[in-house]
Design a protein. Structure first.
Length: 190
């Protein structure tokens, strides 16, 4: 009888350890997804800058054909475009690396999804009108970024972006979120 109880105890401990490992793996996946979203956002910003610089180069070329813009300006813009293209390529490589990591981590617990603890309340947020805003109060957990938090809400059908969260919380430092810190998540406009 004692042996059976010992085996049941060992089995219970093993199951608890497996559940904890699944939670840790999911947290790693969420962190990687957040980093990936941040990298994709940075890449989009750089693509916009490259497009603007290309347009500026085109305008300068048109001017140089008609009014004689100097070649130093054109060379400077061409160098900036090349620098941005290099940064974009580096971001692409980082994104591919993160996707590779995600694939390796994601293979251990396919189909598992965590749901954030979301509570609805009316809170005074970063409203410019000084009134009350409808939204959610969120308590930061380890590994959270604004992108991860926004993704948790989007997974529940609440359309919110990291930018909207940042605007709703004046003075919030997105690079220095503290575990247990409460932040306001604005509800989408009807």
């Amino acid at each position: 009888m004692k042996r059976i109880l010992i085996w049941i105890f060992i089995l219970g401990i093993s199951l608890a350890a497996a559940r904890a490992q699944d939670a840790a793996t999911q947290q790693q996946i969420d962190q990687i997804n957040g980093r990936l979203q941040d990298l994709q956002d940075a890449q989009a910003v750089q693509a916009k800058r490259i497009t603007a610089l290309e347009k500026e180069i085109s305008e300068l070329r048109d001017k140089s054909n008609g009014s004689g813009a100097n070649s130093d300006d054109l060379q400077k813009l061409a160098d900036q475009v090349q620098e941005l293209a290099k940064k974009q390529q580096a971001d692409n490589d980082l994104i591919l690396k993160e996707i590779g990591k995600l694939g390796k981590v994601g293979g251990s617990s396919p189909g598992r999804k965590s749901t954030p603890g979301v509570t609805t309340n009316t809170a005074t947020g970063g409203s410019t009108t000084g009134g009350k805003e409808i939204g959610y109060e969120y308590k930061v957990v380890a590994g959270d970024t604004l992108s991860i938090i926004a993704k948790k809400y989007r997974d529940q059908g609440i359309k919110v972006t990291a930018d909207q969260i940042l605007k709703a919380n004046p003075g919030l430092d997105p690079k220095n979120l503290k575990v247990g810190q409460k932040i306001f998540i604005p509800a989408p406009a009807p």
